[in-house]
Design a protein around this ligand. Structure first.
Ligand SMILES: [Mg+2]
Length: 288
């Protein structure tokens, strides 16, 4: 790729590293020279700080390099920069306890509806800062590999059908929005083949907030100077795209979007499919 970007936004699990337990050596080695020469790097991940590079990514870089590193984490919840080598949340979307409680109620109601009406089992992870993860494939453990596996999409589709859930994933997203409306909350549900995630923010908030921050620092920066990388652009069905597609927003849409996953399926039109996984992304970084 000949084009040189001033800012690179990228997903972590499945894009920069194979799994959370995999060594970060290769990713760090590819990032360092870019940070050193002033290219802005933004890790945009659904996870939280503790799960990125053992919770201490700052230890891998010099304070000068860290000045060019940003993290947008927790599915829109937190945006970090570094000050004198230490992580610092410069913007967040953490709800007050009351609203967080309502999000939990909404997710529990989704779970109940699926259980009572369709005998469809789910588990809910409640411990996220501003959303819940509803596990739709309770009998399929991803193990250490947190990214979407090739056959998961088909497995989920079959399972939904077998339980009489018409309308597929869209029906689950609609159900989430509908239940949330009862509580006067506007939710931003997202899904891959295993998790339905229901909360008040998404990777869109991270992408927009960090992009705005970068523009503050460099008023000449434009979205077309940025690229956005992920391994979960593919949606489950028509019109529903994966969590990384949320980096594509009104604000960032003039950027370049790349998918390193080989999963077949529909992506937002703008996304270029490169495949090749982590290797593709790290090779791109090395050539920048
Ligand atoms: Mg990923």
């Amino acid at each position: 790729m000949n084009k040189k970007y001033k800012a690179i936004f990228f997903d972590w699990d499945g894009t920069a590293v194979m799994s959370r337990k995999a060594p970060v050596t290769d990713a760090v080695a590819a990032m360092k020279p870019l940070l050193e020469k002033g290219v802005k790097l933004a890790i945009v991940s659904g996870t939280t700080y503790e799960n990125i590079a053992g919770g201490a990514i700052e230890n891998y870089f010099t304070p000068k390099q860290l000045d060019n590193l940003y993290l947008g984490l927790g599915r829109g919840a937190y945006n970090y920069e570094f000050k004198e080598g230490k992580p610092y949340v410069f913007s967040h979307m953490i709800p007050e306890k009351e609203l967080l409680g309502i999000i939990h109620r909404i997710c529990f109601e989704i779970h109940l509806e699926l259980k009572l009406k369709y005998d469809f089992d789910t588990d809910i992870v409640f411990s996220r800062p501003n959303y819940c993860k509803i596990d739709l494939m309770v009998d399929n453990n991803r193990g250490d590999n947190l990214f979407m596996q090739e056959n998961e999409l088909d497995m989920l589709k079959e399972k939904l059908k077998a339980h009489g859930i018409e309308g597929g994933l869209q029906a689950l997203m609609d159900l989430s929005i509908e239940i949330a409306k009862k509580y006067d909350v506007e939710v931003a549900p997202t899904c891959d083949a295993k998790y339905l995630e229901v909360g008040i923010s998404s990777k869109s908030n991270n992408a927009n907030t960090i992009f705005a921050k970068l523009c503050e620092e460099n008023p000449e920066l434009e979205a077309k100077d940025c690229s956005f990388w992920g391994d979960e652009y593919v949606g489950i069905e028509d019109g529903i795209f994966g969590s990384d597609s949320f980096m594509y927003t009104e604000v960032t849409k003039k950027g370049d979007f790349f998918d390193v996953s080989n999963v077949t399926g529909e992506r937002p039109e703008k996304v270029k499919v490169l495949g090749g996984g982590v290797d593709t992304f790290l090779k791109f970084l090395a050539e920048q």
